[in-house]
Design a protein around this ligand. Structure first.
Ligand SMILES: [Mn+2]
Length: 378
């Protein structure tokens, strides 16, 4: 049987204050095309369907459209909640849509939910473990000590009734030790939420969600498929994809990816203001893409972001890389000293902050401002 593994849709997410609705609708359509082309039996959505526990009306509409189209293709859909979802809200209607082969396991009920698919001589058990933390699992195991994420996932998975001679697949949304993170995940710092790979023993494939970069954890059958879109500039160089899992005889699982091309990519470019606004520089670029532009000019360009927007209409971030930003000393204040004039103190602060001294034009500019201010006070 063939399955498409997705996760971390984060529908409704804003990236650097940009609404990604158009991009998300587009990529979900691309995913539907792949699902149709692959003639797969099932689709896994391994958590973080929405970006917020209370998603916007627009976000709910986007997911509703996607789910309806999936269901119309007669593919079976398996959905678990992620840490960004509200388990209870995502569970809405789950008992009703089961009749349409849409299986939602969003609220943890003491054990992973199990759905068995049979086709010819192949039996595949699909286990769904929603995102769990120690406090979610504790009420079901009152005689056990559950302190860590590892404890709680391990105990929850012990309740999965896997069959040795059948294929067992698990959907989970946890941070497995060793996974490489990006900036858009919001996983906790210090590693308290990590789970060791060995808790997943006994499953032929683990369709993971939570980490946004597609990757295998030591083996290709323990896999994060990654987000369908880049959600931070730390992912600018990543290639996004969906993972296709094909089961056959026990022990023979094949995995491949299908690359996803977004409506608008996220890119980082670097150069002086003169460089990046030169036609020769940008004529080969897709100017609809989302950009982070790093200017290398020593002096800030007044209103640069709005000027750059004339060329790069979807510029998201403007940054400077120069003597000042590369040697950021974190200046709080210059100590006021009685024998120094305000101008001298400003000169000192400027140098500490920018790592270079003011030039003559700047000096006279500041002197004039100071004189004006003091004149008004008198
Ligand atoms: Mn996520």
């Amino acid at each position: 049987m063939k399955f498409v593994h997705l996760s971390d849709l984060h529908i409704g997410k804003k990236v650097n204050e940009f609404n990604m609705a158009e991009d998300q609708k587009y990529i979900l359509k691309e995913i539907l095309k792949i699902i149709n082309e692959e003639h797969c039996q099932g689709v896994f959505i391994s958590g973080d369907v929405y970006d917020k526990t209370i998603p916007s009306g627009e976000a709910v509409g986007i997911f509703d459209d996607f789910l309806t189209e999936l269901s119309n293709t007669r593919v079976k859909v398996f959905i678990i909640s992620g840490n960004h979802d509200s388990a209870e809200r995502l569970e809405f209607g789950s008992r009703i849509v089961k009749d349409r082969d849409i299986y939602i396991a969003s609220v943890f009920k003491g054990a992973p939910e199990k759905v068995t698919l049979k086709e010819k001589d192949e039996t595949v058990n699909i286990f769904m473990l929603p995102f769990v933390k120690p406090s979610t699992v504790r009420p079901f195991f009152e005689d056990k000590t559950i302190e860590t994420y590892n404890d709680c996932v391990k105990l929850a998975l012990e309740k999965a009734e896997t069959k040795e001679d059948e294929i067992n697949i698990l959907l989970a949304h946890q941070f497995v030790t060793g996974a490489l993170k990006s900036d858009s995940e919001e996983v906790s710092v210090g590693g308290i939420d990590n789970v060791n790979a060995d808790v997943f023993e006994g499953f032929d494939y683990v369709a993971l969600g939570h980490i946004h970069r597609p990757q295998n954890i030591s083996t290709e059958t323990l896999r994060y498929c990654g987000t369908p879109l880049k959600y931070s500039f730390s992912e600018a160089s990543h290639k996004k994809s969906v993972t296709i899992v094909e089961t056959g005889k026990k022990g023979e699982i094949s995995i491949k990816t299908r690359e996803l091309k977004p409506l608008r990519d996220m890119k980082i470019i670097e150069g002086s203001y003169m460089d990046v606004t030169d036609r020769e520089f940008y004529k080969g670029l897709n100017l609809d893409d989302y950009y982070k532009i790093i200017l290398t000019d020593e002096k800030d360009i007044p209103d640069a972001i709005n000027k750059l927007r004339a060329v790069y209409k979807n510029i998201m971030i403007l940054d400077y890389k120069n003597t000042r930003t590369m040697n950021n000393n974190g200046v709080d204040a210059v100590q006021p000293v009685e024998d120094k004039s305000p101008f001298e103190m400003f000169e000192e602060l400027y140098k500490l902050q920018n790592n270079i001294s003011m030039d003559d034009e700047e000096k006279s500019f500041i002197k004039n401002i100071m004189e004006e201010v003091w004149e008004e006070e008198l």
